[in-house]
Design a binder for this molecule. Structure first.
Ligand code: FAD
Length: 563
């Protein structure tokens, strides 16, 4: 074989090495994994984040779930903690073109007769809407909103971003202030008690109970009553990430890379390597080995400890604690729809005029709840769901027309994407394969009743359902369709999340940390687990933190925990 002596051979293309060394390896590129990786990369650690799917985002994914160029925010769309989350401030995400929309019309409940209640960002507007049903309730809502805001601003929000303390220590600390005492009183009550003791109108009760419990709080369980304050206050402060939720994922990814970190997509961790009782690296399903000083998993407890570490490597009672972990009490079933026209929640009377009680602002609402007409029907629906059933006549859920907020989501101006999402069991009587089309049909019937014409005259171009089984298929770490990687119940919160052994994001296995929704403070787009895990790793590794707690966090710690 002859070679041209003028050709410079620079050597073969170097593939990513079979074995590589890192300071920190983060498993899972959802919001928490990315936040954790971003803090540590900026602190100077050599960070590698591995993500099983072909793009990062986890719950922040935005996808063409219907057909090309119709984008849906398939999971996180309602961003409740934008006003508090340290990661949003610390990384100056405005530089990554992140901007938020906080609509004044936040959550509406519409009824079959065309009447509606609207919870607005501006309390005066909520009062106007509620007073159609009860003047007394409208005033109570305005009064209680001030209390719920104080509880959230001064206690719940800052406590989300400082390490967990035991329920007993927290109770003692909260007694130091009047608002702390009031929060404790609420905590001891069930959501149902709080709502029914304070509000008289059944329709108002149904809406407030829905908003209080929608992220997985049992309406009849005591011990988590403060969630009513949190959800009803944040429920009128939800934000939409303009341009889609995936844009936020992209911004976090860029921060990691800008700071020297590596993000590998389509790279599933198949094993956490344990040597002499210590976590020293991971294996990827495609065969490569990444060695690390610390391994930080954002996955659910069963995947992290039983599947990746392996039961035989779990010290003490860790294996037992992991097996006792309870996944979410309900999942979501979502029907995504592309349409020519958006849903219009408007009923006309015989004379062709909007019915009495019609509120045009409902059509601007970020979230529209419908399907039940009373508290009893709502409770019956949740009871069904928790026992593995959906009654096709009696169920409810919330809908959002995404393109009303963000026309970018379709390439064709004027066309729309919307979804209806409802609480649903992972294991449904009859099986999802058989039940899905019946449930979807029942959803369309309910939608048509409150938004006449939406499902008629070829308005709907395409539909796609995402059952709890589909959620698990997309994210195996959302086991059993668990949107928070594990249930919210008093025995799985604070220092119990995910268990006493792993409280504080450090596990009993040296070198292994956790940073996902199954760790404190929990799931949804809080950004708390990722932030707290980064703090913990930095402290354990003796790494100087470049970030500071927010003024609200410092005030909270000073008020309640300074001796
Ligand atoms: C239908 C639905 C709607 C929701 N709506 C909202 C909402 O509007 N607002 C809100 O605040 N929350 C919402 N949530 C909840 C929210 O999505 C989650 O609680 C949140 O995403 C948890 O973040 P995380 O980073 O802890 O985990 P995840 O977002 O689950 O991320 C974990 C990541 O790990 C990856 N992974 C899994 N296995 C491996 C492996 N072996 N190796 C490498 N990577 C792996 C996954 O692909 C995923 O990207 C919703 C959830 C669902 C399912």
């Amino acid at each position: 074989m002859s070679t041209d002596s003028n050709t410079k051979i620079s050597g073969p293309f170097q593939e990513f090495p079979q074995v590589s060394d890192w300071d920190a390896i983060i498993i899972g590129g959802g919001p928490n994994g990315m936040i954790c990786a971003a803090y540590l990369a900026k602190a100077g650690m050599k960070v590698c984040l591995v993500e099983r799917r072909w793009e990062v985002g986890g719950g922040l994914s935005t996808e063409e779930i219907l057909f090309p160029c119709y984008y849906s925010n398939v999971h996180i769309i309602y961003h409740m903690m934008v006003d508090y989350m340290p990661a949003l401030k610390d990384f100056n995400l405005d530089k990554h073109a992140i901007s938020w929309i906080k609509p004044n019309s936040q959550t509406a409940m519409v009824f079959e007769d065309g009447n509606s209640i609207l919870l607005s960002n501006m309390t005066a507007d909520t009062k106007d809407s509620m007073s159609k049903f009860s003047w007394k309730d409208a005033n109570t809502f305005a009064k209680l909103t001030r209390k719920w805001k104080k509880i959230t601003d001064e206690i719940v929000a800052p406590a989300t971003y400082v390490p967990a303390v035991s329920a007993i220590d927290l109770s003692v600390a909260l007694e130091k202030t009047e608002i702390g005492h009031e929060m404790l009183e609420m905590t001891e009550k069930t959501p149902y008690e709080i709502i029914t003791e304070n509000f008289e109108n059944d329709k108002i009760r149904a809406l407030l109970l829905y908003v209080s419990c929608m992220w997985g709080i049992d309406p009849n369980e005591s011990g988590l009553g403060f969630y009513v304050a949190l959800q009803l206050y944040r429920g009128v402060n939800k934000c939409y990430c303009y341009g889609s939720s995936h844009k936020l994922a992209g911004a976090f990814e860029r921060v990691i890379v800008e700071n020297g970190g590596l993000v590998i997509e389509a790279a599933a961790a198949s094993k956490i390597i344990i040597e002499k009782g210590k976590a020293v690296g991971i294996e990827l399903a495609e065969g490569r080995t990444l060695k690390g000083k610390v391994i930080i998993s954002s996955l659910d407890p069963h995947t992290t400890f039983l599947d990746l570490v392996g039961e035989k490597n779990l010290p003490g009672t860790l294996g037992e604690s992991v097996k006792q972990w309870i996944y979410d009490k309900w999942s979501f079933h979502t029907l995504h729809v592309a349409s020519m026209e958006p849903p219009v929640y408007k009923k006309l009377d015989k004379a062709g005029k909007p019915v009495k009680g019609y509120d045009p602002w409902v059509n601007d609402a970020f979230m529209v709840v419908f399907g039940v007409e009373s508290t009893d029907q709502l409770l019956a629906h949740w009871k069904n769901v928790m026992s593995g059933k959906i009654d096709d006549k009696n169920f409810c859920g919330h809908a959002t027309c995404e393109t009303r907020l963000d026309p970018h989501l379709t390439r064709w101006p004027g066309r729309h994407v919307s979804f209806f999402q409802m609480h649903a069991p992972y294991k449904i009587e009859g099986g999802w394969a058989k039940r899905e089309s019946q449930v979807n049909q029942a959803i369309l019937e309910k939608w048509e009743k409150v938004a006449p014409g939406f499902t008629k005259n070829n308005n709907i171009l395409k539909m796609n359902g995402e059952t709890p089984e589909d959620i698990e298929a997309r994210f195996p770490n959302m086991r059993y369709g668990s949107i928070k990687h594990g249930d919210y119940r008093p025995t799985q919160m604070n220092t119990f999340r995910p268990n006493l052994d792993c409280s504080g994001h450090k596990t009993p296995i040296p070198g292994l940390y956790i940073c996902g929704a199954s760790s404190f403070p929990g799931g949804t787009m809080l950004g708390g687990p990722g932030y707290l895990a980064a703090n913990r790793v930095a402290e354990d590794m003796g790494i100087k933190k470049w970030w500071k707690p927010t003024a609200e966090m410092e005030k909270f710690l000073k008020t309640y925990f300074e001796k």
